[in-house]
Ligand binder design. Structure first.
Ligand SMILES: [Zn+2]
Ligand SMILES: [Zn+2]
Length: 355
């Protein structure tokens, strides 16, 4: 018995020495394998015809290493869009196997910085990952022109370096940056994009004092989804999203945010405490989102833009509170990399993980 134990320990020691001695070679082999798998990955090509939404960012302005800022990938047939592009969203889009060069545009819900601060890297990837010959279209309510102009100005010098270094064939100068496609909301909802069987409808939401603020409904070949943008419980969202199958809704848990406020106050950080107090009234609680899901008749509710940050799934029940009693369909607490597919050929909602 003792002899067997000694042989076993000896074998482990030999193995450890071998791994140490050949670490560089093994690392090279592992890297090569990862390169082959990742460079060949194309999630867009793997999708069936239908309507799909991926969560490329489920966080908020609060720091959270596991969640990028607000970001959603929407694929409808051959078309691919991003709705809001928070910090880190671009990285997730690439890691989820999508190529930003395939994007047909971005839809912004409003101009809070956490919803636009990833536009710089996204427009860069749109340009450089596929030799794009036209800027990235950015659809949003009026006011988007200033945001787009700002990003283009900030990236103008970098663009000249890329062209000088890689040449016009690889990075055609005409394709750099992004281009504003503003729309004016004349009522509470209106169609803002229509092509290849996809209809995108913008609808106003309640995010006072932030205006304009909209959400988007996507309808494609009998399948439908709504993305709320930032809003407190919105009757207009419930109207515009009536009959939708999948509702992606923002959520803030007031009880947890109030705990943050109390702690910050006790530490003498009145400024941060005031911000915690202020943010509660222009976001929806998980219970509000669940009630809206019930009102629309959505088959599934996916919560995103999670406030406060939730470092572990163990906290999800505390975050949800009694939300699950308020709607019939399942509630999914969104995580970066989650992907939901609604094939045109049936009524299912299929969930997968791309990160
Ligand atoms: Zn906002
Ligand atoms: Zn936000």
């Amino acid at each position: 018995m003792r002899k067997a134990a000694l042989v076993f320990i000896g074998l482990i020691a030999v193995l450890a020495i071998a791994v140490f001695a050949f670490q560089a070679k093994l690392g090279e082999m592992l890297f090569q394998r990862a390169v082959e798998q990742n460079t060949a990955r194309d999630s867009m090509a793997d999708l069936s015809d239908g309507l799909h939404v991926g969560l490329c960012g489920t966080g908020s302005p609060m720091p959270n290493p596991d969640r990028a800022g607000p970001c959603n990938i929407v694929v409808a047939g051959e078309l691919m869009f991003v709705v809001d592009i928070g910090e880190g969203g671009n990285r997730n889009i690439a890691q989820m196997g999508f190529n930003a060069a395939d994007l047909d545009g971005v839809f912004l819900t409003h101009f809070h910085s956490d919803h636009v601060d990833g536009l710089g890297p996204l427009q860069l990837f749109h340009w450089t990952r596929g030799a794009s010959t036209a800027p990235l279209p950015v659809y949003a309510p009026e006011g988007v022109e200033a945001v787009v102009d700002g990003f283009n100005a900030a990236y103008a010098t970098d663009d000249t370096y890329r062209v000088a270094h890689h040449g016009e064939t690889v990075v055609p100068s005409a394709g750099g940056g992004s281009e504003a496609r503003p729309f004016v909301m004349s009522g509470s909802s209106q169609v803002v994009f229509e092509a290849q069987g996809l209809t995108v409808t913008a609808f106003t939401v309640d995010h006072e004092p932030v205006a304009p603020a909209v959400g988007y409904r996507f309808d494609y070949r009998g399948r439908s989804l709504c993305i709320s943008g930032d809003t407190s419980k919105s009757a207009n969202l419930e109207r515009a999203c009536k009959g939708v199958e999948l509702l992606v809704h923002e959520a803030l848990q007031p009880a947890l945010v109030q705990e943050l406020e109390t702690a910050l106050k006790a530490q003498g950080n009145a400024n941060a405490a005031k911000i915690m107090f202020d943010i509660v009234d222009y976001h929806a609680s998980p219970a509000d989102a669940a009630e809206s899901a019930q009102e629309t008749g959505a088959d599934m509710l996916v919560l995103t833009h999670l406030v406060p940050p939730l470092p572990s799934a163990f906290l999800y029940p505390a975050f949800l509170g009694d939300a699950e009693n308020r709607c019939a369909g399942p509630i999914v607490v969104g995580e970066d990399g989650m992907f939901f597919s609604m094939p045109a050929k049936n009524d299912s909602i299929e969930r997968s993980e791309l990160l």
